[in-house]
Design a protein around this ligand. Structure first.
Ligand SMILES: [Zn+2]
Length: 60
């Protein structure tokens, strides 16, 4: 018997997937829905209120 209090969110690989980013301004980590195929993601930090063009990491 297991107690499952967390349920995995539905994942749609073909669509945008949550990407972990860190704010260049205040360093806050957040998850964003980065559109698939987009090299740059325009993101506004709700914490410090600044906007950034985040570049997708080369991956590994
Ligand atoms: Zn910020």
């Amino acid at each position: 018997m297991t107690h499952e209090t967390e349920r995995p969110a539905p994942v749609t690989p073909s669509a945008s997937a949550p990407v972990r980013i860190s704010c260049p301004g205040c360093g806050r980590n957040d998850y964003v829905r980065w559109p698939a195929g987009e090299a740059v993601f325009h993101w506004k930090c709700f914490n410090c209120g600044k906007s950034f063009d985040l570049a997708r990491d080369g991956g590994h």
